[in-house]
Design a protein around this ligand. Structure first.
Ligand code: F6R
Length: 241
């Protein structure tokens, strides 16, 4: 694991963006795994800026999102579909056909995981962007999830629903289920970049980097990935010393 400690969230976002920009310049057909949540918003802002300044094009970049809520429509403002269009896709020249966000159509619930998993089997990602939950989840792989899991439908942890309730009117509105890439899918990516900031992430970052690899802290598996970069601000790094 390569650890990069930055002054603040702004610097974290710029660092992460510089890695993604370099990868797109190297390979315009880049296959990139994307995350939602607050952590990558600054990264996405920097990518939009680079596009607007004609530094990069996303025309042949192909994206694969980590996860999506089940139980709300794609058109819901808090769906990850809406999040991605709002925070990135509508501002850049991505081809809609190159965007993959797990389908969350409840009528097809028995097929959703298998279908998305097939897409991931057919396409090894060049780079995967990750955030981390305060309970150590990546994607929606909650503590206790078998580390060999591939795409599956998950019942969300109460801690995760509580953490994410800040985006909804109340915790009752936070979906109870989601579809997520499994740890095995995430580990299959050639390169991984995890970003985290703020003191509320300090404890979990310490455990992820210094603790033992365990399914009780799914992000700890990243210690075993051959090319994983962790970009954190000083607050998130505060328990590492
Ligand atoms: C979102 C995702 C989650 C988040 C995590 C951290 O697609 O996969 O694992 O990365 O919950 O969320 P934030 O960045 O909001 O702290």
């Amino acid at each position: 694991m390569k650890i990069m400690i930055c002054k603040d969230y702004d610097e974290v976002s710029k660092k992460a963006a510089s890695i993604v920009i370099k990868e797109i310049k190297k390979n315009p057909d880049l296959k990139i795994g994307l995350a939602t949540g607050s952590s990558p918003i600054g990264l996405y802002k920097n990518l939009i800026e680079a596009y607007q300044k004609n530094k990069i094009s996303f025309k042949s970049v192909v994206s694969y999102n980590l996860d999506e809520y089940i139980g709300i429509d794609r058109s819901h403002p808090q769906s990850y579909y809406s999040f991605m269009y709002e925070n990135l896709f509508k501002h850049i020249d991505m081809n809609d056909d190159n965007i993959h966000i797990p389908d969350n159509d409840i009528d097809r619930i028995d097929h959703l995981a298998e279908d998305y998993n097939q897409v991931l089997h057919d396409n090894q990602l060049d780079i995967q962007i990750l955030g981390i939950g305060t309970n150590g989840h990546i994607g929606f792989n909650e503590p206790g999830t078998p580390l060999g899991n591939e795409t599956f439908i998950v019942t969300l942890d109460e801690q995760t629903r509580m953490d994410n309730s800040r985006f909804f009117n109340s915790i009752d509105e936070v979906p109870k289920f989601a579809i997520t890439m499994g740890i095995k899918n995430i580990m299959y990516s050639k390169k991984i970049v995890l970003i985290a900031s703020g003191k509320e992430k300090a404890k979990v970052i310490h455990k992820m980097i210094k603790g033992k690899v365990t399914k009780n802290l799914p992000a700890s598996i990243l210690q075993l990935h051959p090319d994983c970069t962790v970009i954190i601000d000083e607050q998130a790094a505060s328990k590492l010393k």
